[in-house]
Design a protein around this ligand. Sequence first.
Ligand SMILES: C[S@@+](CC[C@H](N)C(=O)[O-])C[C@H]1O[C@@H](n2cnc3c(N)ncnc32)[C@H](O)[C@@H]1O
Length: 240
Amino acid sequence: MPRRPPKKPPATLDLSGHLLRLADLPTPLDPASLFSSAAAPIELEVGSGKGMFLTAATVADASRNFLGIEVSGGYARMTAGKLAQAGASNGAIIHGDAMQLVCSLLPDRCVAGVHVYFPDPWWKARHRKRRILNPVFLRHAARILPEAGRLHIWTDVEEYFEEAVAATAATGLFGTPEEEAPGGPETPYRTHFERRTRLAGAPVWRAVFRRNPTPAPDGRVPRVVRDPADSGQSTAESED
Ligand SMILES: C[S@@+](CC[C@H](N)C(=O)[O-])C[C@H]1O[C@@H](n2cnc3c(N)ncnc32)[C@H](O)[C@@H]1O
């Protein structure tokens, strides 16, 4: 199904407190420095789309900071608009590539949870390398989480789910996944894609992983490189 163009926030709305560009951020990036309440735990959402999770979560839980990363400039602006309209000082979105943010900018153990909801499946075989739930991303997701930190993976693509669960287990850095329940009557849908999928009567696969206490088996960190033929997204390359 083709996606509708993102709705633009009103031109008069000040997005400056909620919208950041990855290119403007320092390396390393202390994500706590992006929020007024720097001591609050941070939840990172990868691929925020229309911003339903980020906006609802910031309003529902003021004791946490919610940071999104979204590669589409239009969707990043749309999400920033929703955060600004909600007056959510604990919510911000970065416009940029999540591979770059997670693998190159964020320091160890800096977020309490990583949320990946309905990541693009990249159906064509030649595009598979763009899937965000790849071994390099998963290893860095473990690196930026503390012991028992959460990695949430939800998707409507069973084959991608099974592949991601196997790749997550293969890192050796997470425990056995637990199934997550859908929301209750008051907030039945966590994201726009979950809503769309369930209203169409299709199944959703959900799991949450907890970061193991064990350290990484070696200290080597794969690099992230840009593929010039690509559409602006990174590919992961192991140093091995
Ligand atoms: C299928 S949509 C799901 C959006 C939202 N999570 C939801 O469940 O409604 C996937 C989103 O991930 C974004 N995305 C894809 N690759 C990305 C990347 N490397 N970095 C950041 N965002 C990415 C896309 O632009 C898109 O908005």
